[in-house]
Design a protein around this ligand. Structure first.
Ligand code: 4AD
Ligand code: MG
Length: 477
């Protein structure tokens, strides 16, 4: 039997007789009022029971976390706090929950405690709200690209190439780790491995997406990516989801236009469809910020911040202009940056990105034309031969949320860059083929999905916006 969801019931007009609902007990007070939640929305449904008609034994089983089936009449509520409630005529215990050991009690739990109980934390208001917003955002991503005539491609998870050339990969192998086959030089002989070569989990679907863009024109991938970088920060995961559009005949300007429109569109989607959850998350954030010193609090409440990003044009400036601003900035002169800006060519750290966005421009920023030396081999070299057509989008509280570029479409230039950056030509023969057969200007970017969820929900740690985070030393669940 399919019973209606609480979200629908809360919109119903009372009275309605003989209604059956199923859900989990969030709280039970005065042996009379059950707050029932089924995950369909934040709000609980109040179910009123007449305890004289229930046996002592059954009453004892109505504890926090228990699964119940309740039948009764929906009526206007006399109490405060809810419009309607169910006057129960029948209560069936579907699954008990031991109150002595159930970790999720109706009180405030620390986020750290909830991370240790990631299999149960989605039963709290905070995590159910986050995960509903996450789900809505991923739906909005597909809807956006569909509306813009993109094709969704499934790029491989197991690959032989290192798309970013950063060497941060997880190996995929079926060889006996204790006793691997060796070649004549004493090195591990991957010819005997499952795929007959060295393979790893992908760090990005971009290179394969490029092959499809050069046939279907506009494509995107949206899948898990893996990075074995040992960064234990609140912005890094070892397994995260990335959205990577790739477009033939798009130059860097068109790429930036698309990225900005895309981000604004998906945030607008959740503003429209997830209001209840966002209002709750805004309140949660305000409470949390009361504990922080004044200067560390965000300047805008969550919803206002989201609306601001949707309405505002992002500031666009070159890396060179950004370096000038940073070099002359007060924190740089007063030696407040952990990594001082010494001159042109240095890589920007998150403290610099956040200074630009949060203090200087107070607005999302797109930086472009980065030094070639600090960016990946596939980015298009500018006429100055020093910079590449890269772009990063920087967000308040987050830092880099998007990394992208116009791609190098000239075979000779690409080959030179590959050689000088030590990229394996043999492995990427197929990638070079794209520059031999019908090469054309093309561009794309990657948006870290969890960083987007982090921004949208106002959470502070990336571990709290993915169901089961994978980080160094942690792969529980
Ligand atoms: O800047 P990145 O490394 O770019 C690429 O991978 C390109 N191949 C994308 C493309 O042009 N198709 O990563 C893109 C985004 C970052 O801006 C960041 O938001 C996110 O992916 N990201 C991470 N998110 C969570 N944990 C990590 N360890 C991340 N590394 C990158
Ligand atoms: Mg990047």
């Amino acid at each position: 039997m399919i019973t209606p969801r609480i979200k629908t019931i809360l919109q119903d007009v009372a009275p309605l007789t003989n209604l059956t609902v199923q859900g989990w007990v969030r709280s039970f007070r005065s042996n009379r009022f059950i707050a029932l939640n089924d995950g369909s929305c934040l709000e609980n449904l109040q179910c009123v029971i007449d305890f004289d008609s229930l046996s002592e034994e059954l009453l004892k089983k109505i504890t926090v976390g228990a699964a119940l089936k309740i039948t009764g009449t929906l009526q206007e509520s006399e109490g405060k706090g809810q419009r309607v409630e169910i006057q129960a005529t029948e209560v069936v215990i579907l699954g008990v929950s031991d109150p002595e050991t159930y970790p999720i009690q109706p009180k405030k739990h620390s986020l750290e405690f909830l991370r240790q109980n990631a299999h149960l934390r989605v039963r709290t208001n905070t995590f159910s709200a986050i995960m509903r917003v996450r789900s809505a955002l991923s739906f909005a991503v597909h809807q956006y690209f569909r509306s813009q005539d993109f094709n969704y491609v499934h790029t491989p998870i197991v690959t032989g190439s290192d798309a970013e050339g950063a060497g941060e990969m997880f190996r995929v192998s079926t060889l006996d780790a204790k006793n691997p086959p060796l070649d004549d030089n004493g090195a591990i002989d991957y010819r005997e491995d499952f795929f007959g070569k060295e393979t790893n989990l992908t760090v990005s679907g971009q290179l394969e997406a490029e092959t499809y863009a050069m046939a279907l024109g506009k494509v995107y991938t949206f899948g898990p990516t893996f990075r074995a970088e040992n960064s234990n920060t609140s912005r890094h995961l070892a397994e995260f989801w990335m959205i990577e559009p790739e477009m033939a005949f798009y130059d860097l300007d068109a790429n930036m236009d698309l990225a900005e429109d895309f981000i604004q569109n998906v945030i607008q989607y959740v503003l429209t469809h997830c209001e209840e959850d966002l209002v709750f998350l805004e309140k949660r954030l305000l409470e949390e910020e009361k504990q922080k010193p004044q200067n560390e609090r965000s300047e805008m409440p969550l919803l206002e911040k989201l609306k601001f990003v949707v309405d505002q044009n992002f500031v666009r400036l070159s890396y060179t202009e950004a370096i000038e601003i940073l070099q002359n900035s007060t924190p740089n002169k007063k030696k407040k940056f952990k990594y001082p800006i010494t001159g042109w060519g240095v890589d920007l750290q998150s403290e610099h990105e956040r200074f630009l966005v949060e203090k200087h421009f107070k607005c999302p920023v797109i930086l472009f034309d980065y030094p070639a030396d600090i960016k990946a081999f596939y980015m298009r070299l500018n006429e100055d031969k020093k910079t590449v057509r890269a772009m990063d989008i920087l967000f308040p509280g987050i830092g880099e949320i998007v990394g992208g570029s116009q791609r190098e479409e000239r075979l000779e230039v690409l080959e030179e860059r590959m050689t000088s950056m030590g990229v394996d030509h043999k492995e990427l023969w197929w990638y070079k083929d794209l520059r031999k057969y019908g090469s054309a200007v093309h561009s794309g970017f990657g948006l870290g999905f969890e960083r987007l969820v982090l921004f949208t929900t106002g959470m502070g740690n990336i571990r709290d916006v993915i169901p089961f985070p994978r980080t160094p030393q942690n792969a529980e669940f």
